[in-house]
Ligand binder design. Structure first.
Ligand SMILES: N=CN[C@@H](CCC(=O)O)C(=O)O
Ligand SMILES: [Zn+2]
Length: 416
């Protein structure tokens, strides 16, 4: 055995003795964190977990070559999974804040040609190297908070070349950083103010980009289904085309107005529906029935100063599986601090610490169709693990706004 993480005071594996895969749905299941005290984890040459168990048993298995990693009595949990980011984009949008403070809404700014459309202009103008440099700075920050798997969306362009440029940057970043990256094509993110050939032709253009983006590595397709952006019918058309190509789907659903994004996610059998600030009870229940993961973005509701998503209803009543994500992007959540996302889940989504960690590990992996790969600590799984410089998860979440991460392993390799 190559490595042993020992002297773990408290371990949350997010697993149980059945070693079943899949999401934890509803509050009761989301609190089953698989806690172990005084534990150790053995890792092999290939970076896979070989054994998880009592400190004494695991340490007896070590040989003279084994490298010991000392958790110093701290808390250890699976590597964090951030299932919704807009990692690759040009520029920043801090100048929008005074407009918002003066009363303009997020959608008002978009309607005036700002918001996402201003990031489209910047992303188009940036060279691939400039985009890479900016996104690398952001990814480095994310890693400091323990993120080992994340999603990166395209979607700041109105042409295929720029979409492919974003995708390529995300691929290069995965290689440079060692983190696990999941690619999502989101050409349907905003509608340009001028549509010389008309709206239908524009939607056709977006649909025509999908096979190219899929061939270039995009596993998911996503659409911003929102009043004044893409309608439910347009979302159905675009995501239906994606499904026909074999892509999995996600929806930016009911962020501002409940136009039926949650119901569309259920109808399409989407892997996740994200935002859900305005979703109706019926919409959320239909998602649960269809097995769609609800991805809450508490950093976004905080930054847009809106009431948070109804995570308690989702978990207690609808029995949904809930994940959380940073939604890192320049307009509605310009923060790479996933630790803060988790603290805001505790404080504004009213989740328990167990639910927060479940939402940021196992369920977040399910929101990326990575339930067989990431999100739990279990023999056979890749050793994606965070060692915290704190004794318990409650301290990590309540001592908010800073990183408590001591070490991060991806496939057994230290990335921090
Ligand atoms: N709401 C739509 N899309 C992003 C924001 C993108 C932006 O403002 O640049 C989101 O998930 O919040
Ligand atoms: Zn988003």
């Amino acid at each position: 055995m190559k490595q042993v993480i020992h002297r773990i005071g408290l371990l949350w594996t997010m697993d149980d003795e059945t070693h079943s895969d899949g999401p934890r749905c509803g509050a009761e299941a989301m609190r089953m964190v698989g806690a172990m005290q005084d534990a150790a984890i053995a890792i092999d040459e290939a970076g896979a977990i070989v054994e998880v168990g009592p400190q004494k048993v695991i340490c007896d298995m070590a040989d003279a070559q084994t490298e010991f990693i000392d958790a110093e009595g701290g808390f250890v949990a699976p590597g964090l999974v951030d299932p919704h980011t807009h990692l690759v984009h040009g520029g920043s949008r801090e100048k929008e804040l005074p407009l918002r403070m003066a009363g303009a809404s997020y959608l008002d700014i978009l309607r005036q040609g700002g918001g996402i459309l201003s990031t489209v202009r910047e992303t188009t103008a940036y060279s691939e190297e400039a985009l890479l440099a900016q996104a690398k700075t952001s990814l480095d920050r994310m890693q400091r908070f323990g993120v080992t798997t994340l999603e990166a969306k395209t979607g700041y362009s109105s042409c295929l070349a720029v979409e492919l440029k974003q995708l390529h940057v995300a691929e290069r970043l995965a290689e440079l950083s060692g983190v696990n990256m999941v690619h999502t094509a989101m050409p349907a993110h905003a509608v340009p103010k001028e549509l010389p050939a008309g709206r239908e032709a524009y939607i056709d253009e977006l649909v025509a980009m999908l096979p190219h983006l899929h061939a270039a590595g995009a596993e998911f397709a996503d659409v911003f289904v929102e009043e004044g952006v893409f309608s439910v019918e347009e979302g159905r058309h675009i995501l239906g085309a994606a499904k026909a190509l074999g892509m999995k789907t996600k929806i930016h659903a009911d962020e501002m107005v409940p136009i039926g994004g949650a119901q569309l996610a259920a109808e399409l059998g989407a892997t996740s529906a994200d935002h859900l600030l305005a979703s109706t009870d019926e919409g959320l229940v239909s998602m649960a029935e269809a097995g769609v993961m609800a991805v809450c973005l508490p950093g976004t509701s905080f930054y847009l100063q809106k009431p948070a998503a109804r995570a308690r209803f989702m978990m207690d009543e609808a029995q949904l599986g809930v994940a959380i994500a940073s939604d890192y992007n320049p307009g509605s959540c310009p923060s790479e601090n996933f630790g803060l996302t988790m603290s805001l889940a505790l404080l504004t989504l009213k989740m328990t610490p167990e639910e927060v960690f479940m939402a940021a590990t196992r369920n977040a992996a399910c929101a990326l169709a990575r339930e067989r790969v990431a999100g739990v600590i279990r023999p056979g799984r890749s050793a994606d693990i965070v060692i915290y410089a704190a004794l318990n998860p409650e301290y990590v979440l309540t001592h908010f706004g800073i990183s408590h991460v001591r070490q991060v392993l991806v496939k057994g390799r230290r990335i921090l």
